[in-house]
Design a protein around this ligand. Sequence first.
Ligand SMILES: Cc1cc2nc3c(=O)[nH]c(=O)nc-3n(C[C@H](O)[C@H](O)[C@H](O)COP(=O)(O)OP(=O)(O)OC[C@H]3O[C@@H](n4cnc5c(N)ncnc54)[C@H](O)[C@@H]3O)c2cc1C
Length: 384
Amino acid sequence: MSSADVIIIGGGIVGSSIAYHLTEAGCRDVLVLERETQQGKGSTGKSMGGVRAQFATPINIRMSLYSIPFFARFEEVMGHPSGYRPQGYLFVATTPAHMEYLRQNYRRQVEAGLQAVRLVDARDVSQIAPELRQDDILGGSFCATDGFVDPHSVMTGFMKKAMERGVRLLRDTEVTGIAVDARGVAGVETSRGFVGGRTVVNAAGAWAGNVARLAGVPLPVEPLRRMLVPTEPFDQVSHQSPMVVDMNTGFHYRPEGRGLLLAWNDPEETPGFKLNFDRGFIEKVLTRGVNRLPCLEEAEVNPRRAWAGLYEMTPDHHPVLGGVRQLPGFFLANGFSGHGVMHSPATGRILADLILHGRSDLVDAELLGFERFASGRLLHEMVW
Ligand SMILES: Cc1cc2nc3c(=O)[nH]c(=O)nc-3n(C[C@H](O)[C@H](O)[C@H](O)COP(=O)(O)OP(=O)(O)OC[C@H]3O[C@@H](n4cnc5c(N)ncnc54)[C@H](O)[C@@H]3O)c2cc1C
């Protein structure tokens, strides 16, 4: 393992997609370094698996417009299932301000080419999600091609195909240093020795800031704990239900197995590598949940089945993709701020384009470049 054309640090869904997309473009001397003994132990294995094109910024919409059809034909291409279930995402608004926000987003989504999205009124909402408390609902936005995937299966499919084409995956191998010379990146130090290479990709998820620091790059990616609570088997909500987002509180849920998966973004959560599940969260999520979904009162929850994982947050809630001007050969694919699973196909494609050709026709990658933080060209997106 003394050298590789491209070295990818991190074997989660993003590193795996980049490896696959590089092979698609003909680059096969690729080495993926993963410090855990198994893939998926980072955020990928903790994710809720939601995929949607209902975003506020054209660049996020564009990334979803590449990624969602990709999930739909994933099995055909990879010979491995993505678990894509197009059950939709329903955003529910109870204030005129939120309704207006959805209207503006809807215009941008349609303009970008999204066809399956529609604005819905209160009556539509009661048909799509009859289990909701309806009295204060003004309307919402629904997109039928949104839905969920199985993140672990997508990651495995990407890596399996990449390895069939010659990509090497080294597990139990931690990157501990990044070597730099006058030309730029020269390789990486690992717990198993040095690997030479002029192209190194940081795909280290919530740990990306630490990895970037090894190269002297001040990457503003912070870990932020997110917790999910599955219910025990529960039949009072349809198993065909979409992901439903109550914009008023941020509470959201989707069917999972024979029950539901409940989520809420606690605004009091503070950054840090916190991976313990806080049992106090159950009360918090259920309070918001029962308020919108009264039948939840009868659902049972086993705290031992709940879990915590890390979002990788950037200051403008958009990822950082592409090279770093000050350090030739060092590439970033980080800071997905809650969208790394759904945007993994587009990310792989964009990174392969940028590494091999210096540009991507999928998006204007400059907008997502590392330099935007220093120049103050930030984007804006809400996190659900
Ligand atoms: C509770 C929760 C719910 C979520 N829900 C959604 C959702 O509904 N939809 C969605 O799109 N996204 C969701 N996300 C976000 C999504 O899971 C992440 O954005 C995505 O998994 C990031 O993938 P990744 O490959 O970049 O990171 P990871 O999966 O974390 O992979 C990074 C890998 O890098 C390895 N690594 C780190 N440092 C080193 C090193 N020095 N050397 C070698 N290896 C290293 C780690 O071990 C890890 O395996 C959710 C996240 C959480 C926590």
